[in-house]
Design a protein around this ligand. Structure first.
Ligand code: T6T
Length: 349
């Protein structure tokens, strides 16, 4: 029996149904206790992968940037999935989140002709050319975390519901006590990165509903913590009554927390960051950050391999999958059902 899921947008709770529909006789799911487990209050189950379904297949994972705990966790999920399937995985990534560095690496991937490429493109426009070349040569392209504007690229796109995540960040500021009229600022990485652009859009929409006043247009860190620290330092000098900041990703949030601390305003200025890297959790514990919107990168990596194998083997592929996020605070961070969302520095930890 075939199940047509084209055009659907899956939430984590629909994973359970999909897995049930697709489950083959010999199948593997991620180990319990992985960050792939359910968000509190949902019944999310990671997809099943048939043992041996990737035998002899080569998959490349091109992350957005090397060494980022978000992508390390994604790699851990992908590694677990290829182990189950018997496929080979090659992981690569640029030293900076920058299409001028990632694109030559993608050109090299094109030459190696993998059966599938899981890729977090660095730019919605600049990354499209190399990806189209790879796709046209016959590799199955699965977009993980970030996307490109050209909707003909990718058999499947798997990412956090980033707009909703941005909305959650604004709501977190409200929970932290910011009233209507409070002054807020958004610091992101660079325009043209689909994930963070969607978080900004979601935050701005919800912040307007809550009556918050943006002190300026979105500022940019270029994914450098030191730049984020400088940007928030300057913003605090210009607007001493700035009450809250949303930092849209891991390195930006780390830098913002450092900058607020250096200005002697930890706790007085509420910082809500995206992601949940180990150092971000330390900043949360220290009171330099008040809330983090954690993603599920392990699930994205695992599901990415599942969709790639489905495409390679001529199975049913889910074209759009949105994964969930969870708000982590000092109060809930130690709970096992929250702690499991903290990102990994390596796949052994
Ligand atoms: O926030 C993640 C990822 O979702 C985004 O696309 C880029 O930044 C991170 O990797 C965190 O550093």
């Amino acid at each position: 029996m075939k199940h047509t899921l084209r055009g659907t947008v899956l939430t984590a709770s629909s994973f359970a149904l999909t897995a049930l529909l697709a489950a083959p006789a010999m199948a593997t799911t991620p180990p319990s206790g992985s960050s792939g487990a359910a968000t509190p209050g949902t019944t999310a189950t990671a997809p099943t992968i048939a043992a041996g379904s990737g035998q002899g297949k080569k998959i490349t994972l091109m992350v957005g940037v090397k060494g980022d705990p978000f992508y390390v966790s994604m790699e851990c999920g992908a590694r677990e999935a290829v182990k189950a399937a018997g496929a080979e995985l090659d992981v690569q990534g640029p030293d900076k989140f920058d299409a001028t560095l990632q694109n030559p690496m993608l050109d090299a991937v094109a030459a190696s002709k993998p059966d599938a490429l899981l890729v977090a493109p660095n730019d919605v426009k600049a990354s499209a050319g190399p990806l189209k070349t790879i796709q046209d040569a016959g590799s199955k392209v699965v977009l993980v975390d970030t996307t490109v504007d050209d909707t003909t690229i990718g058999v499947s796109r798997i990412a956090t519901d980033n707009e909703l995540g941005g909305e959650k960040a604004a709501e977190a500021l409200q929970t932290l006590g910011l009233a209507s009229g409070a002054k807020v600022l958004v610091i992101s990485t660079d325009p043209g990165v689909s994930s963070v652009d969607a978080r900004v859009a979601g935050f701005n929409k919800k912040a307007a509903e809550l009556g918050y006043k943006l002190v300026s247009d979105t500022q940019y860190s270029h994914n450098e913590a030191s730049t984020a620290a400088q940007v928030i330092g300057a913003a605090l000098s210009a607007d001493p009554d700035l009450a809250g900041v949303f930092a849209t990703n891991l390195f930006t949030a780390q830098g913002v927390a450092t900058g607020v601390k250096q200005a002697g305003k930890s706790g007085a200025v509420k910082v809500v960051g995206f992601d949940a890297g180990p150092d971000q959790i330390k900043q949360l514990e220290a009171g330099d950050v008040q809330a983090l919107v954690a993603q599920k990168p392990y699930d994205i990596g695992y599901q990415g391999v599942a969709e790639a194998l489905a495409a390679i083997n001529g199975g049913e592929v889910i074209p759009n999958i949105q994964t969930e996020s969870i708000v982590v605070t000092k109060d809930n961070m130690a709970q096992p059902d929250v702690a499991k969302y903290i990102y990994k520095s390596d796949c052994g930890s």
